[in-house]
Write a protein that binds this ligand. Sequence first.
Ligand SMILES: [Zn+2]
Length: 294
Amino acid sequence: MVRPVTVMARLVRAIHVFLTSPRKRRGWPAFAGHDGVVLAALLLALPAHAASPQDLLRAYPGQFAGFDGNDLIWRDGTRMPLGADDAAAPFEDQVRHGSIRDQLRLAYPATLPVGTPPEDDPGRIRNKAFFDKMYGDCHAGEVTPHLVSVTWLPSQWGHAVRITSVNNVDRHLAAISRELDALGPEYRKYLVPLGGTYACRTVADNGTPSMHGWGAAIDINTAFSDYWLWRRGGGYANREPAAIVAIFERHGFIWGGRWSHYDTMHFEYRPELLPGFDPTADEPLEEARAPKPN
Ligand SMILES: [Zn+2]
C-alpha cells in the first residue's frame, strides 16, 4: 500500500522538480504551456505501487510455478512462505532479516525524474533464502558456474564482464550494453572503467548479502558515483545522466540512485519492481557476448 502522505509528497516534489528544472533538460517538448506542465507533473506523480507475488511470477517466469495465497511455489516444487509483514520494524532490521513480503513492500519510483531525492529504499531489502535459491550461495561456490561473459560497450570499450546467466540476466545486460554504447562518446566516462560486477561479499554498512554476490549487479565508473557512506551528512547527490538510468530500468535493472541510502553507480536485476518490464523481450544476443573461456 502507498500511504496518502507519500503520494502527496511525491506530487509536490514532482511538481517542484518539473517547474524548477531547466526547460531544455525536461525532455518533454510536447508539453507546452501551463496545462501541459500541470498534466506532466500529475503524470510524474502517479503513485508507484508495491510489488506483489504476481509481480514475482511475471518477472521470473523460469523460476515459479505459482502462488497459493501463502507460499511461492518454485518450479522444482519447493514452497517458500512470503513470511511476515514487518513494516513496523526498524528499517535496518528489515534490511537484515526481511521476508519476501518485506522485499516487495516498497514501491520503486521509476517514474520520478532522475535526481529526485529518494524518500526510502525500494529494493534494498533482499531475502537471503529467496536469492540463494534463485542464483545460488556464492560462499558455497554455487554462483560462479552460472557466470558468463558479456562485452561491455562493444564499440567503445570491448572488455568482457561476468554476469549470471540465471533469469537471462546476461541477455538483458547485453542489450543494455549495446544501447549504452549507442548513446555516444560523451557518456563513455560514466560507464568505463567499470566498478565491477560479481563479487562474493556483503553490503558495506550492514553485513547483508550484496546482489553482487549473486552475480546480478553491476557498478559503473566509481569516479562519477555518489554513495551515502562517502557523504555522511552531505545530503543526496547524483551525477549519473538520466539516459543511462532509463536504459537499465528498461531492461529490468533498478538503480541505487533511487534509494535514500543512495549508491548511484549501482544497478541490480530486480524486474519484479519494474511493472512495465517484460522479461521475455530481450532476444538472445550471441554477437554481444564475448567468447566464453574454456
Ligand atoms: Zn554495487
